[in-house]
Design a protein around this ligand. Structure first.
Ligand code: FE2
Length: 217
């Protein structure tokens, strides 16, 4: 992944502490080419309310669909939030998460959204096992995006990369169907232009941060 600034960089690139640590292994997934603006692709990645509905049995538990309470805070150009939420047990096809011994697993997620289109997510299940998701959506034009995903983990060292790659291909294709149907193709950052529910606090914070950082409504 190469970052280019044609002028003086306005923001720091995110730092991923685990990159230099040899207890962590990394898998490249994607790229995921969508017929939607990067703002839609990024916002989709921030959202956890859809997991039981769009990814039942893979990322969410349809029997526990209620979004738990959570707080969002914005620091400069970074939107941060933490959530502890119900997750689906691992499946035989995709045993990718470290929640194997739990019947009704809970997942802790720490999100950092770097406006405009970069997201860093730390996952855990209460033990020392963890995952890092680093997602960047490259804007191709106003209606097309290309998502790059790098996933780190500190367990399951012998698992072939293809397991996680195949898993993410399924997840991203489930999302793609939904997001490509959303109009307008670009997220309206003016929060009065779409209807928001209480659990959309992350999307609201993201849209406000985009406006505050000079991106057009
Ligand atoms: Fe999704």
């Amino acid at each position: 992944m190469i970052w280019v600034s044609l002028e003086e960089p306005r923001r720091q690139l995110p730092t991923i502490e685990e990159f230099g640590n040899d207890e962590w292994v990394w898998v490249n997934c994607g790229p995921y080419e969508w017929n939607a603006h990067s703002s839609r692709q990024l916002e989709n990645f921030t959202d956890f309310g859809h997991f039981p509905w769009v990814h039942p049995g893979l990322l969410g538990d349809i029997n526990r669909p209620v979004v738990p309470a959570y707080e969002v805070r914005t620091e400069g150009h970074v939107v941060k939030y933490d959530i502890v939420r119900p997750e689906a047990p691992n499946t035989d096809d995709f045993p990718v998460f470290a929640n194997v011994s739990t019947q009704a697993p809970m997942r802790t997620s720490h999100y950092e959204v770097f406006t405009p289109f970069t997201l860093l997510l730390h996952l855990g299940w209460g033990g020392k096992e963890g995952m890092v998701y680093f997602f960047v959506s490259q804007p191709v034009d106003e209606e097309h995006s290309r998502g790059f995903l790098i996933i780190g983990r500190n367990y399951n060292y012998d698992q072939p990369d293809s397991v996680l790659q195949d898993f993410e291909d399924v997840i991203f294709n489930q999302d793609k169907t939904i997001v490509e149907s959303q109009l307008p193709k670009k997220v309206p950052y003016d929060i009065t232009r779409e209807l928001h529910m209480k659990f959309d606090a992350v999307a609201l914070a993201y849209r406000k941060a985009m406006l505050a950082n000079g991106f057009d409504a």
